[in-house]
Design a protein around this ligand. Sequence first.
Ligand SMILES: *[C@@H]1O[C@H](CO)[C@@H](O)[C@H](O)[C@H]1NC(C)=O
Ligand SMILES: *[C@@H]1O[C@H](CO)[C@@H](O)[C@H](O)[C@H]1NC(C)=O
Ligand SMILES: *[C@@H]1O[C@H](CO)[C@@H](O)[C@H](O)[C@H]1NC(C)=O
Ligand SMILES: *[C@@H]1O[C@H](CO)[C@@H](O)[C@H](O)[C@H]1NC(C)=O
Length: 439
Amino acid sequence: MVILSVKPLFMILVVPLALLLAVALLSPPSPYSQSFLPSNSSLKPSIWTVRRIIGWRPCKWWQLGDLTVAELKSNGYIRVDCYGGLNQMRRDLCDGVGIARLLNATLVLPKFEVAAYWNESSGFADVFDVEYFIHQMNGFIKVVKELPSEIASQEPFQVDCSKRKGQFDYIESVLPSLLEHHYISITPAMSQRRDRYPQNAKAALCQACYNALRLTGSLEKKASELLEAIPKPFLSLHLRFEPDMVAYSQCQYSGLSSASIKAIEAAQGDRKPWTGELARIWRKRGKCPLTPNETAFILQSLSIPTNTNIYLAAGDGLMEIEGLTSVYTNVVTKSGLLTGEDFTSMHGNTKAALDYYVSINSDSYVATYFGNMDKMVAAMRVFKGLYKTLFLSRRAFADFTSQGLRGRDLMQALWKAHRDDYVLGRGSALPDCFCEVKL
Ligand SMILES: *[C@@H]1O[C@H](CO)[C@@H](O)[C@H](O)[C@H]1NC(C)=O
Ligand SMILES: *[C@@H]1O[C@H](CO)[C@@H](O)[C@H](O)[C@H]1NC(C)=O
Ligand SMILES: *[C@@H]1O[C@H](CO)[C@@H](O)[C@H](O)[C@H]1NC(C)=O
Ligand SMILES: *[C@@H]1O[C@H](CO)[C@@H](O)[C@H](O)[C@H]1NC(C)=O
């Protein structure tokens, strides 16, 4: 029933829009109607030239700020503790700010703790501009850089919401600790519902997430150097086909190199891939990461010319990359463009920040997955008025190939599926802080 990672909101949208869409789609001729050239012919219009019906904007209700925050009596101090990858930490920061505002707390600068596999110690201030954050949060939530002396020496009381099971209420379960200890640290829980937050808490969350984070000066300098070095115009492609990703997906692939198979097996542990009917169902549900080869095929289906400049926003562990680079020949990576020692000594956290920066400034952005980075980048692109953003549909690809579609028929089906997503603005922004507009 549900296509892609479509939010319920979209389902409400889709029905009335289907009519509108039907009308709109009858008029422009199919790009394949005259000739079918799976190549870089500039005569054939790309997906980006299709007229969109729905677009996204940041909602007005949160941009205005919150006039009550200045007079609030604070219930205590909250530090948001964030773990994992850069974009996961950022997501937790957004949630944490919302919770702090919900509890009428004063925010202490967040703690960014980096996962062990990154082997580094990059904190919030190493990645994001602290002064800018404090300035931008003014009028949304109180933020302090320093704690008052009576609590400055103490460690915060830790409340790890991510360990709590099921739905719970932050006021009921966290406020008592805050009132008792005056200074707590929280790790937000992904599963908690935000829909019951008052508007001011949602506004603080949106502002923190999308309008208060800017890279530190030195990181931004490095990132803009990288941006400048990329041939223009360019597409930023977030490709996820790393051993841990593939192992985690429990999907089976045929035709992988023996090096890839070894790397996947090493990352697998006890998590063996599904086999037989289960594997088929799993794949049809869109659970399997797209290979670089499949990605190249879908990009061609979208009439994205094979001579397009592509920036690969990805880590070093990508497997089977020849599947892409044998078709799309103008692919650049950060490690190819930045070779100085300041780059080679950079770690995962800061490298991820470079990919993020380039991706929110690229002419177009295509993601093969719908992860934290993709959600963040899509939202920031909307914020900047960059609308050429698309999530490739693993589900559509699996669905069509399991129906036996191949070659030109498969390309045409993929074109239609992605065109509909693009026309309807599906997946280009997060509904929480963004509102759809008819174009
Ligand atoms: C397509 O790209 C190839 C190599 O990238 C080039 O040789 C060829 O001229 C291009 N064709 C068109 C129609 O642009
Ligand atoms: C936060 O402050 C507002 C306004 O004073 C009050 O209505 C609300 O109950 C407070 N919430 C908490 C959790 O203290
Ligand atoms: C982590 O960093 C230390 C010091 O830079 C280094 O000696 C060690 O080998 C690194 N560990 C990994 C797993 O990269
Ligand atoms: C993908 O791989 C298959 C099998 O190796 C090959 O036939 C096909 O041409 C490749 N497609 C692309 C787009 O590279």
